[in-house]
Design a protein around this ligand. Structure first.
Ligand code: HEC
Ligand code: HEC
Length: 462
């Protein structure tokens, strides 16, 4: 065992066995740190002295810094969303120094934007409960931005006037628990926001000429594509290959994919639906190429002009922006994401007896043999977790938009949190039963209806 490997296994021990501590730390850092005591197993915090203590401290600091980045960092992308697309102007509306009618809180909530209740002063909470806040008034949206209460969106202000707007990872990969009202509650980091209509929000920007130029089309053309996505979806490959629909020229099926969760990712090798790379590869990819933050990104696979004509023509495979506001944050951001556990479903949400039967069917030597690919407890393959479209019985459209031309075995833990929008990368299967029926057909599993139901209950229990 090298020192590096030992360090890493110690770190994973801290993450796994010490998850209680970490959760506590996120709530009350000071209190939790003071609790750095040995627990019954004695493995992780043997009085946490010397190097052990240093590792615990470093892990806690990494999580705190990574969480800050995940929730609040724009990486300077307001230069794009605000200054270039001018999104802040249509959010504010003419009455508040912008243009047009503005974005009311009601419309914002309908577009799936979420409000962090902890950022709302008590007086405002009371007014909201009393119904005395005008949810039709864009000035209220501006006020919420000023309070830093809109999850994933940051407003920039000059003398009280909204002058720019940027986006954060939390926009797509967080939601709230609705504890205060629908769309208003405590943050749930890592959960896919399947209510969020990213396309409609982007289409709300007054100036889409940057996208039109990139894609070689008109602003109306861009708007049409953005409005075809629908809730819970985004197309990360559009700015690489310009493919907006799966079925040209009919153009009835959007090429956008579902927003996946960003929890439960530790131990999983390749990420994204099509396995572009590790978590940290994709974090760098997204912050530079999709959010338009300022940083450094290197991936010469994007220089392949046949597969990625737009990326190749624009040098997306080798981005060097100064100052670099991204690279120094990647390690802690990575660490934070790996620390977010997949949430467990409530016992009442599935039938335990049926799930227990489903578990046997799911096993590698069971009738459905799902675990040959979805290996528990990761529910993806340890190793190179990629498959050809034929192996899972679907078309190659989305696989062919990624360097490996394959689909990545989705980790299934916390599946219950993202049932909205359907399953598989484009949500083609509306229900878990549809997914099971698909495997039953393409793999000729010969499952009875009762067995299918047991598998569904098992999937709901993960
Ligand atoms: C506009 C919405 C949006 C924003 C903002 C966004 N993502 Fe994503 N994210 C997605 C979508 C959609 C995918 C799936 C991409 C694909 O497979 O092509 C994804 C995939 C991922 C994955 C892969 C998860 C897995 O295992 O499949 C990670 C990790 C991730 N994003 C992290 C981040 C981080 C970190 C940020 C901020 C730097 C971020 N994302 C910002 C929409 C978003
Ligand atoms: C050959 C490997 C393989 C086998 C066997 C397999 N899967 Fe999958 N599974 C995949 C891949 C790859 C994906 C991702 C598909 C995509 O991206 O569209 C996936 C996706 C899924 C999803 C969707 C996850 C999401 O987030 O939308 C579910 C649910 C699922 N599989 C359940 C099962 C069940 C149940 C079985 C057994 C009946 C099974 N799988 C057998 C490889 C496999």
């Amino acid at each position: 065992m090298t020192a590096g490997i030992r360090l890493r296994s110690l770190l994973s021990c801290i993450l796994v066995i010490g998850s209680f501590v970490i959760v506590t730390v996120l709530q009350q850092p000071e209190k939790a740190r003071a609790q750095t005591q040995p627990n019954s197993d004695g493995l992780i915090r043997p009085l946490a002295k010397g190097l052990d203590q240093a590792i615990v401290e470093s892990a806690v600091q990494s999580i705190e810094k990574g969480r800050e980045t995940f929730r609040y960092d724009t990486f300077g992308d307001e230069a794009f969303w605000g200054d270039t697309l001018n999104l802040d102007a249509t959010i504010a509306g003419a009455a508040n120094g912008g243009i047009g009618p503005g974005l009311s809180p009601r419309t914002a909530l309908n577009l799936g934007l979420k409000v962090d209740v902890s950022a709302l002063p008590a007086a405002l909470q009371d007014q909201l409960l009393a119904g005395s806040v005008n949810l039709g008034d864009p000035a209220v949206t501006v006020a919420l931005l000023q309070l830093n209460a809109v999850v994933g969106v940051k407003g920039f202000f000059s003398s009280g006037v909204l002058t720019s707007v940027g986006i954060q990872c939390a926009l797509c990969h967080s939601t709230v628990n609705d504890s205060f009202a629908p769309g208003i509650g405590s943050r749930l980091d890592g959960w896919a926001n399947r209510d969020l209509n990213v396309g409609a929000i982007m289409a709300f920007a007054p100036d889409l000429s940057a996208f039109a130029t990139l894609l070689g089309t008109t602003q109306d053309g861009v708007r049409q594509v953005l409005n075809s996505w629908g809730p819970g979806k985004f197309d990360a490959e559009l700015v690489l290959d310009g493919k907006a629909f799966q079925d040209p020229p009919a153009n009835t099926k959007s090429a956008a994919t579902l927003i996946p969760p960003a929890f439960g990712l530790a131990g999983v090798n390749l990420h994204t639906w099509t396995g572009w790379g590790s978590v940290t590869h994709w974090n760098a990819f997204v912050s530079n190429l999709e959010m338009h933050g300022k940083g450094t990104f290197f991936d010469p696979r994007l220089d392949n002009a046949a597969q990625f004509p737009i990326a190749a023509a624009n040098g997306f495979g080798n981005v060097r922006t100064t100052p670099d506001l991204i690279t120094r944050k990647l390690a802690d951001l990575h660490f934070y994401q790996l620390a977010i556990p997949a949430p467990a479903p409530s016992n009442a949400s599935f039938s335990a007896a049926s799930a227990a039967r489903g578990r046997k069917l799911f096993a590698a030597d069971g009738k459905a043999a799902c675990a040959t690919c979805h290996v528990p407890p990761l529910f993806t393959e340890p190793g190179w977790n990629m498959h050809t479209p034929a192996e899972i019985g679907i078309d190659s459209f989305q696989a062919d938009r990624a360097p490996d031309h394959r689909y990545r075995t989705s980790p299934l833990k916390g599946l219950w949190t993202h049932t909205k929008g359907g399953f598989y990368h484009d949500g083609r299967f509306a229900t878990l039963l549809d997914v099971v029926n698909h495997y039953n057909a393409v793999k000729t599993l010969g499952l009875t209806e009762a067995e299918k139901q047991d598998l569904v209950e098992y999937l709901k229990s993960l």
